[in-house]
Design a protein around this ligand. Sequence first.
Ligand SMILES: Nc1ncnc2c1ncn2[C@@H]1O[C@H](COP(=O)(O)OP(=O)(O)OP(=O)(O)O)[C@@H](O)[C@H]1O
Ligand SMILES: [Mg+2]
Length: 514
Amino acid sequence: FCQSLLHTVIPPELRFASLKFCQRLFNWCSTYCYYDITEIDGVNTNELYNAAQLYLSTTAAAAAVTGSRLSLTRAVNSSAVTFGLANNDRLVDVFRGVPVVWEHVVTQRQSQTFSWRPLPEEKRGFTIRIKKQDKALILDSYLDHIMYKASEIRRKNQDRFLYTNSRGGSLDSRGHPWESVPFKHPSTFDTLAMDPIRKQAIKDDLDDFATGQAFYQTAGRSWKRGYLLYGPPGTGKSSMIAAMANHLGYDIYDLELTEVHHNSELRKLLMKTSSKSIIVIEDIDCSINLTNRKKTAAASGRSHHEMGSPLEMRSGGAEEAGNSITLSGLLNFTDGLWSCCGSERIFVFTTNHVEKLDPALLRSGRMDMHIFMSYCSFPAILILLKNYLGFVEGDLYEAVVRELGEVIDEAEMTPADVSEVLIKNRRDRDKAVGELLGELKARAGKKRESLGLMRERNEVAEEEEQEKRALESPKQGFDELQESCEKGIWRRNNQLSELLFTRIPDRGKANVRV
Ligand SMILES: Nc1ncnc2c1ncn2[C@@H]1O[C@H](COP(=O)(O)OP(=O)(O)OP(=O)(O)O)[C@@H](O)[C@H]1O
Ligand SMILES: [Mg+2]
């Protein structure tokens, strides 16, 4: 009744002015200042609102312990559930020691104003309350911090995709040359069997890359990095790529070079990759028979830069397959001007035969880090035993550990082969270890045998060669004999020395030299 009386007695202009005055007085007296972040700004969605919602999902998760009410959401393509602040609930976040109070304000929209697109019935927004003295902090760094954290959470929550260009050069209905499938490879750096120190070095390198935007900017380099993974089959090159993608939360673009027909197609594919991705070319030595840049240039009598037509650099194998992609095209793909359209990209090449690759492809800037994926080492086998059979330190008998250590390097067994033995016997841990040890010993024995045979054969061949040369040219033969003695290669060929001494004219000098 009083309210309606006041409404009729006091004119609306006066009411509005007094309300505004009260508000100003309150703001002036208050030690706090307030910021509103509304969901919709005019007709556009406010990016800061979405970022704040995501950011609070981590803070809100912690608040769940204290019993706040939370709303749960799970986005399409996401396997993670995010927490959010429920309507009109509040939460305290602490940033650099400063408490920031967040309130999620939800009100009903009064009337539908004209808009090109329908607005939601509820008006949603966040209100931030912070002490006036900390105002600068909010405007300077807190909002940037929220935006950064939100994009990180978005990336981590979003399932990753594996893209492939297996369709050849054809595009899909949206003009995209890549086909995608959800990427759910379980390999991580924890499950990867390799020397822990090397593993940590790779992880650190990846982390430095992912957080190095400012560094790359200052250094004037495009934000990309190349890794070459080489080693025998079954040593974990593909598993390493999956672990890298899982560690960084990047998508993978698996580039099938044999499906790319021209350099221009390669460029198009590159331009259609997103940032925060790993571009992989597996078995680069087999994908395409790329000609040595120098050799081709020399053959045509011109420098690499002078080569206009791709045909001139076309490789034999590629030509046969109707494929005119060139080494120069690939070099430009990885480190040319085109490679910097887009950022935060990692290139990974894998090969079983690093010696077959052109040095131009391997130079720093293209392949910055060369990672040798070796046969199973002792620390690696312990990781596999832990992953496959649940062995932890102290579970294995000392004698078994010693025996494993003795034969593992000599056996040259790949992690893939070790895994197979362990998977096969995973129901019986002792049997699995026994069988593995047996296999390692057998392989080490065979290696030793073949190594012995090879050494013997080499020795015989070497001696025969020396004898032959000594007969053909006694002086040269003598010099070689002396060299062999110095190197400690000369073993038991007294016959040869006899022969030389009898033929060399100045025997005294010869004796001194020997
Ligand atoms: N270092 C490793 N750590 C853990 N598992 C491994 C490792 N190496 C190989 N494996 C296992 O062996 C299998 C084959 O490994 P992967 O495909 O990674 O080898 P690769 O080096 O890529 O072989 P290829 O050269 O033939 O492509 C995988 O299923 C994986 O489980
Ligand atoms: Mg592989």
